[in-house]
Ligand binder design. Sequence first.
Ligand code: ATP
Ligand code: MG
Length: 174
Amino acid sequence: MRLFVAIEFDEKTKSKMIDVQDQLRAAVLHGNFSRPENLHLTLAFLGEVPEERVGGIIRAMDRISSRAFDAQFSRIGQFRSERDSLWWIGMRENPCLTAMRAALTEYLTEAGYQYDKKRFRPHITIARQVVLASRPEIKIKPFGTRVSSISLMLSERIDGKLKYTELYRKKLEG
Ligand code: ATP
Ligand code: MG
């Protein structure tokens, strides 16, 4: 099973992300835009995990004692490749996020799970394979949301369509 741990967002927060996405949409020649239900922030990408090892991930998540916190979004950015680029909305660095993510990765490691070790750059992907037609004029009005849980997500391709399913939700205290 292809798994990752992520922050999921409420509809109101996602609609603000979609506003940003729509501004980008107006300036592209090509782009694979994330569907609203797929907008998320990845905390740890586990990749392929055998079904019998899912319980250990849930136990690692349950060890986290971090409290709920307020997160802010104020910028967009790109990860570029030669051909195209991936566009994202960044979550502002935040001590609560850093500590919670550190606890998660520590507990996953202790339990013997591998996750992606690249530098953590908290972001929500809004579009992949973007090729611009014109310079986008994106005005992002900073917005915030409360992060009060984290989710274990299953990633599947069904008839070519990307589908994420929440397998478990860990509530953060407070
Ligand atoms: P697809 O790869 O099919 O285009 P996707 O990247 O959204 O779609 P997954 O590859 O299953 O789906 O990834 C799920 C989440 O984990 C996404 O947020 C993705 O950016 C992130 N992710 C995937 N691979 C890695 C990786 N090697 N390192 C860090 N994060 C990753
Ligand atoms: Mg991927």
